[in-house]
Ligand binder design. Structure first.
Ligand SMILES: NC(=O)c1ccc[n+]([C@@H]2O[C@H](COP(=O)([O-])OP(=O)(O)OC[C@H]3O[C@@H](n4cnc5c(N)ncnc54)[C@H](O)[C@@H]3O)[C@@H](O)[C@H]2O)c1
Length: 255
């Protein structure tokens, strides 16, 4: 359990769901964890459980990212991992979506990931042993098969997939030892699904049946892939896309 010993990792959206599970698992693997989230109480609770720090962050805020980097640099003098995990849904189809909601989903799910990569790279380039680190962008199976009832979410997750490749190739060609990969969970049992389930409880078995394994993923199962991508074992892995979806993308449901 020491695959991330001595590493310093920022996890956005670390107060809940996949981010919280990732923060706990990273800490168990020896990392110093910074939970960065809008939710202050829950975020502080998760940070305390990991022995790490909480930092209030809106991932869409460029200046707030700069402040976070300054705090991390002052406290640790290095940065090894950014997990760009914070994300929101709109629950609106192309016919329903209002411009403000569309813009906010783009701002959080796509611009937030871009800012996490950009600020992450500029800090990782200053690391004491020379440039190095891992950027892990949490996308979704929605990057491959759209969710018709959430046009904005689907569009951002697809864009994160290609943004990841642009970042990965840029870093490698620039000679930075900074890797960047996208991680694509299938339906995973977290609070992000609550509004949909509260409005339509009959969707629960539907979420489970989306995977041929017949169940949703657990946040810890997504965190396990993040540990691999953050670790030295993934030293030759960059620009890749990693499904953790119980086989959801492997075959047409029911056929
Ligand atoms: N749960 C799923 O079925 C599923 C499937 C595929 C992908 N994902 C992706 O996984 C990631 C994590 O989602 P989750 O399921 O754990 O959801 P969640 O709602 O449990 O957690 C998301 C966290 O992000 C935080 N957040 C939202 N906007 C933010 C902002 N602007 N700045 C900082 N933090 C912000 C929230 O406060 C929350 O703590 C998201 O990117 C989501 O799209 C989830």
């Amino acid at each position: 359990m020491e695959r991330l010993q001595g590493r310093v990792a920022i996890i956005t959206g670390g107060a809940s769901g996949i981010g919280a599970a990732t923060a706990k698992r990273f800490a168990a693997e020896g990392a110093s964890v910074i939970v960065a989230d809008l939710q202050t109480d829950l975020g502080a609770e998760i940070a305390a459980a990991t022995g790490g720090l909480f930092h209030e962050l809106d991932v869409a805020d460029d200046a707030a990212w700069a402040r976070l980097m300054a705090v991390v640099w002052r406290r640790f003098g290095r940065l090894d991992v950014v997990v760009n995990n914070a994300g929101i849904v709109s629950g609106q189809s192309i016919e329903d979506i209002d411009l403000a909601t569309w813009n906010r989903v783009i701002e959080v799910n796509l611009t937030g990931v871009m800012l996490g990569c950009r600020h992450g790279i500029s800090t990782m380039r200053k690391n004491p042993q020379g440039s190095g680190g891992a950027l892990i962008n949490i996308a979704s199976t929605a990057a491959y098969a759209a969710i018709p009832s959430d046009a904005a979410y689907s569009a951002t997750k697809s864009a994160v997939r290609m943004l990841t490749k642009a970042v990965a190739a840029h870093c490698a060609r620039s000679g930075y030892a900074i890797r960047c990969n996208s991680l694509h969970p299938g339906a995973t049992d977290t609070p992000i699904l609550r509004p949909a389930l509260d409005a339509a409880p009959h969707l629960l078995p539907v979420f489970h049946a989306m995977s041929p394994m017949g169940r949703m993923g657990r946040p810890e199962e997504i965190a396990a892939m993040a540990v691999f991508l953050a670790s030295e074992e993934a030293s030759y892995v960059t620009g890749g896309e990693f499904l953790v979806d119980g086989g959801m993308m492997a075959g047409h449901p029911g056929m």
